[in-house]
Design a protein around this ligand. Structure first.
Ligand code: CA
Ligand code: CA
Ligand code: CA
Length: 240
Protein backbone atom coordinates (compact mmCIF):
# COMPACT_ATOMS: atom_id res chain seq x y z
CA UNK A 1 0.00 0.00 0.00
CA UNK A 2 2.82 2.40 0.90
CA UNK A 3 4.45 1.67 -2.44
CA UNK A 4 1.23 2.52 -4.26
CA UNK A 5 0.88 5.81 -2.34
CA UNK A 6 4.50 6.71 -3.03
CA UNK A 7 4.02 5.83 -6.68
CA UNK A 8 0.86 7.95 -6.95
CA UNK A 9 2.60 10.85 -5.17
CA UNK A 10 5.50 10.70 -7.59
CA UNK A 11 3.15 10.63 -10.59
CA UNK A 12 1.16 13.60 -9.29
CA UNK A 13 4.36 15.59 -8.64
CA UNK A 14 5.54 14.86 -12.16
CA UNK A 15 2.20 15.92 -13.62
CA UNK A 16 2.34 19.13 -11.57
CA UNK A 17 5.85 19.84 -12.82
CA UNK A 18 4.84 19.21 -16.43
CA UNK A 19 1.68 21.31 -16.21
CA UNK A 20 3.40 24.27 -14.52
CA UNK A 21 6.42 24.35 -16.81
CA UNK A 22 4.62 23.47 -20.05
CA UNK A 23 3.24 27.00 -20.24
CA UNK A 24 6.63 28.70 -19.94
CA UNK A 25 8.44 29.24 -23.26
CA UNK A 26 11.97 28.05 -22.54
CA UNK A 27 13.29 29.72 -25.61
CA UNK A 28 14.66 33.20 -25.90
CA UNK A 29 16.76 35.31 -28.23
CA UNK A 30 18.55 38.20 -26.59
CA UNK A 31 17.53 41.54 -28.14
CA UNK A 32 19.57 44.63 -27.37
CA UNK A 33 18.06 47.38 -29.53
CA UNK A 34 15.84 49.06 -26.92
CA UNK A 35 16.31 52.52 -25.48
CA UNK A 36 15.35 50.58 -22.36
CA UNK A 37 16.98 47.16 -22.42
CA UNK A 38 17.18 44.22 -20.02
CA UNK A 39 20.67 42.71 -20.11
CA UNK A 40 20.18 38.95 -19.84
CA UNK A 41 22.36 36.70 -17.74
CA UNK A 42 23.09 33.07 -17.06
CA UNK A 43 21.13 31.68 -14.14
CA UNK A 44 21.89 28.26 -12.77
CA UNK A 45 19.23 26.36 -10.87
CA UNK A 46 19.18 27.19 -7.17
CA UNK A 47 21.58 30.12 -7.57
CA UNK A 48 21.20 33.87 -7.56
CA UNK A 49 21.21 35.70 -10.85
CA UNK A 50 21.26 39.42 -11.57
CA UNK A 51 19.86 41.23 -14.57
CA UNK A 52 20.47 44.89 -15.38
CA UNK A 53 18.06 47.38 -16.89
CA UNK A 54 20.06 49.87 -18.93
CA UNK A 55 19.20 52.98 -20.90
CA UNK A 56 20.78 53.48 -24.31
CA UNK A 57 21.07 56.92 -25.94
CA UNK A 58 17.90 58.24 -24.30
CA UNK A 59 15.69 60.17 -26.76
CA UNK A 60 14.57 62.93 -24.36
CA UNK A 61 15.24 64.35 -20.89
CA UNK A 62 14.07 62.11 -18.04
CA UNK A 63 12.75 63.32 -14.69
CA UNK A 64 9.92 60.83 -14.02
CA UNK A 65 9.43 57.28 -15.28
CA UNK A 66 7.65 54.00 -14.63
CA UNK A 67 7.55 50.55 -16.24
CA UNK A 68 6.97 46.90 -15.48
CA UNK A 69 9.36 43.96 -15.75
CA UNK A 70 7.43 40.78 -16.51
CA UNK A 71 8.94 37.49 -15.31
CA UNK A 72 7.87 33.90 -14.67
CA UNK A 73 7.41 33.43 -10.89
CA UNK A 74 7.54 29.65 -11.38
CA UNK A 75 11.20 29.83 -12.40
CA UNK A 76 12.64 32.86 -10.61
CA UNK A 77 11.95 34.59 -7.31
CA UNK A 78 12.73 38.29 -6.89
CA UNK A 79 15.11 39.04 -4.00
CA UNK A 80 16.31 42.63 -4.09
CA UNK A 81 17.46 45.51 -6.25
CA UNK A 82 20.25 48.08 -6.29
CA UNK A 83 20.43 51.37 -8.15
CA UNK A 84 22.54 51.71 -11.25
CA UNK A 85 24.64 54.78 -11.95
CA UNK A 86 21.79 56.65 -13.67
CA UNK A 87 19.50 56.29 -10.64
CA UNK A 88 21.95 57.45 -7.98
CA UNK A 89 20.59 61.03 -7.81
CA UNK A 90 16.89 60.19 -7.97
CA UNK A 91 14.85 61.58 -5.08
CA UNK A 92 12.31 58.78 -5.23
CA UNK A 93 13.14 55.36 -6.63
CA UNK A 94 11.68 51.96 -5.85
CA UNK A 95 11.03 48.46 -7.15
CA UNK A 96 8.08 46.43 -5.88
CA UNK A 97 7.38 42.77 -6.59
CA UNK A 98 3.87 41.78 -7.65
CA UNK A 99 4.60 38.04 -8.17
CA UNK A 100 4.88 37.87 -11.96
CA UNK A 101 5.94 41.42 -12.57
CA UNK A 102 7.99 44.14 -10.92
CA UNK A 103 6.96 47.78 -10.85
CA UNK A 104 9.92 50.12 -11.30
CA UNK A 105 9.52 53.89 -10.84
CA UNK A 106 11.54 56.99 -10.08
CA UNK A 107 11.56 60.79 -10.07
CA UNK A 108 14.08 63.61 -9.83
CA UNK A 109 12.94 66.92 -8.30
CA UNK A 110 14.12 69.92 -10.29
CA UNK A 111 16.69 67.84 -12.13
CA UNK A 112 16.78 65.35 -14.99
CA UNK A 113 18.84 62.77 -16.83
CA UNK A 114 19.68 64.57 -20.09
CA UNK A 115 18.77 63.35 -23.55
CA UNK A 116 21.47 61.14 -25.07
CA UNK A 117 22.41 59.41 -21.79
CA UNK A 118 23.45 55.77 -21.55
CA UNK A 119 24.06 53.65 -18.46
CA UNK A 120 22.52 51.30 -15.92
CA UNK A 121 19.28 52.23 -14.24
CA UNK A 122 18.83 49.29 -11.87
CA UNK A 123 20.20 45.83 -11.07
CA UNK A 124 17.61 43.19 -10.16
CA UNK A 125 18.55 40.12 -8.17
CA UNK A 126 16.57 36.88 -8.47
CA UNK A 127 17.04 33.29 -7.36
CA UNK A 128 16.45 30.60 -9.99
CA UNK A 129 14.20 27.70 -9.04
CA UNK A 130 16.04 24.41 -8.41
CA UNK A 131 13.62 22.87 -10.91
CA UNK A 132 15.18 24.78 -13.80
CA UNK A 133 17.97 22.91 -15.53
CA UNK A 134 20.96 24.98 -16.46
CA UNK A 135 20.25 24.74 -20.19
CA UNK A 136 16.78 26.28 -19.87
CA UNK A 137 16.43 29.93 -20.73
CA UNK A 138 13.42 32.19 -20.65
CA UNK A 139 12.59 35.80 -21.34
CA UNK A 140 11.99 38.83 -19.15
CA UNK A 141 10.21 41.70 -20.85
CA UNK A 142 9.45 45.38 -20.26
CA UNK A 143 5.86 46.62 -20.47
CA UNK A 144 3.61 49.57 -19.56
CA UNK A 145 6.26 52.24 -20.02
CA UNK A 146 5.01 55.59 -18.71
CA UNK A 147 5.81 59.28 -18.09
CA UNK A 148 9.00 60.56 -19.74
CA UNK A 149 9.71 57.07 -21.15
CA UNK A 150 6.31 56.60 -22.77
CA UNK A 151 7.57 56.66 -26.37
CA UNK A 152 10.83 54.78 -25.77
CA UNK A 153 11.61 51.46 -27.44
CA UNK A 154 12.14 48.41 -25.22
CA UNK A 155 13.93 45.08 -25.53
CA UNK A 156 13.90 42.16 -23.10
CA UNK A 157 16.56 39.86 -21.74
CA UNK A 158 17.15 36.11 -21.58
CA UNK A 159 17.84 34.44 -18.25
CA UNK A 160 19.40 31.00 -18.05
CA UNK A 161 21.18 29.05 -20.74
CA UNK A 162 24.87 28.17 -21.10
CA UNK A 163 27.69 30.49 -20.11
CA UNK A 164 30.53 28.54 -21.76
CA UNK A 165 31.93 27.28 -18.45
CA UNK A 166 31.01 23.74 -19.39
CA UNK A 167 32.93 22.05 -16.57
CA UNK A 168 31.77 24.49 -13.86
CA UNK A 169 35.23 25.54 -12.68
CA UNK A 170 34.43 29.28 -12.93
CA UNK A 171 36.70 29.94 -15.91
CA UNK A 172 35.98 29.72 -19.62
CA UNK A 173 38.89 28.02 -21.35
CA UNK A 174 39.74 25.96 -24.45
CA UNK A 175 39.01 22.87 -22.32
CA UNK A 176 35.37 23.95 -22.18
CA UNK A 177 35.40 24.44 -25.97
CA UNK A 178 36.75 20.89 -26.33
CA UNK A 179 33.93 19.44 -24.24
CA UNK A 180 31.38 21.26 -26.39
CA UNK A 181 33.15 20.11 -29.56
CA UNK A 182 33.19 16.49 -28.35
CA UNK A 183 29.44 16.66 -27.85
CA UNK A 184 28.88 18.04 -31.36
CA UNK A 185 30.98 15.14 -32.71
CA UNK A 186 29.03 12.70 -30.52
CA UNK A 187 32.16 11.72 -28.61
CA UNK A 188 30.22 10.49 -25.59
CA UNK A 189 31.34 10.51 -22.87
CA UNK A 190 33.57 13.45 -23.80
CA UNK A 191 37.36 13.24 -23.72
CA UNK A 192 37.20 14.70 -20.20
CA UNK A 193 34.79 11.90 -19.27
CA UNK A 194 31.60 13.97 -18.99
CA UNK A 195 28.27 12.56 -20.04
CA UNK A 196 27.02 14.39 -23.13
CA UNK A 197 23.56 15.24 -21.72
CA UNK A 198 25.36 17.12 -18.91
CA UNK A 199 27.41 19.23 -21.33
CA UNK A 200 25.70 22.61 -21.61
CA UNK A 201 26.75 23.45 -25.13
CA UNK A 202 24.36 25.87 -26.84
CA UNK A 203 26.17 29.11 -25.92
CA UNK A 204 24.91 31.01 -28.98
CA UNK A 205 21.28 30.18 -28.14
CA UNK A 206 20.18 28.85 -31.52
CA UNK A 207 18.80 25.67 -29.94
CA UNK A 208 21.50 23.45 -31.49
CA UNK A 209 24.84 22.17 -30.29
CA UNK A 210 27.23 22.75 -33.19
CA UNK A 211 30.94 23.49 -33.78
CA UNK A 212 29.97 27.20 -33.79
CA UNK A 213 29.28 26.89 -30.07
CA UNK A 214 32.74 25.40 -29.46
CA UNK A 215 34.27 28.15 -31.61
CA UNK A 216 32.42 30.81 -29.60
CA UNK A 217 33.84 29.46 -26.33
CA UNK A 218 37.36 29.29 -27.79
CA UNK A 219 37.09 32.81 -29.25
CA UNK A 220 35.97 34.14 -25.89
CA UNK A 221 39.08 32.75 -24.23
CA UNK A 222 41.22 34.34 -26.98
CA UNK A 223 39.49 37.69 -26.28
CA UNK A 224 38.11 37.86 -29.78
CA UNK A 225 34.52 39.03 -30.41
CA UNK A 226 32.19 36.15 -29.65
CA UNK A 227 28.62 35.22 -28.76
CA UNK A 228 29.71 35.33 -25.09
CA UNK A 229 30.51 39.04 -25.09
CA UNK A 230 27.46 39.65 -22.90
CA UNK A 231 29.21 37.61 -20.19
CA UNK A 232 31.92 40.29 -19.98
CA UNK A 233 29.23 42.86 -19.31
CA UNK A 234 28.66 41.14 -15.99
CA UNK A 235 32.32 41.03 -15.10
CA UNK A 236 32.62 44.78 -15.75
CA UNK A 237 29.40 45.86 -14.07
CA UNK A 238 29.64 44.69 -10.48
CA UNK A 239 26.77 45.80 -8.30
CA UNK A 240 27.50 48.76 -5.99
CA1 CA B 1 18.55 42.58 -23.91
CA1 CA C 1 35.55 25.91 -17.35
CA1 CA D 1 24.24 26.61 -30.66
Amino acid sequence: MRKIIAYMTTISMLLYHVSVFAEIPFSCTEQDYGEIDIVGNVGKCGHEVEVAVRLQNTPNDLSAFAFKIEYHPEVVEFISYSKGNLAQNMNMFDVTDRHGYLKVGGTMFGDFIPEGSSGNLVFLKFIVSPKVTKCDKFEMTISEVLDDMVSWSTSGGCVGGCNGDVNDDNTITPGDALMAFDKTMEVCPTSSNSLCPEVCCDVNSDNECTPNDALCIFSHYMERPSCLDYYDYWKQNTVQ
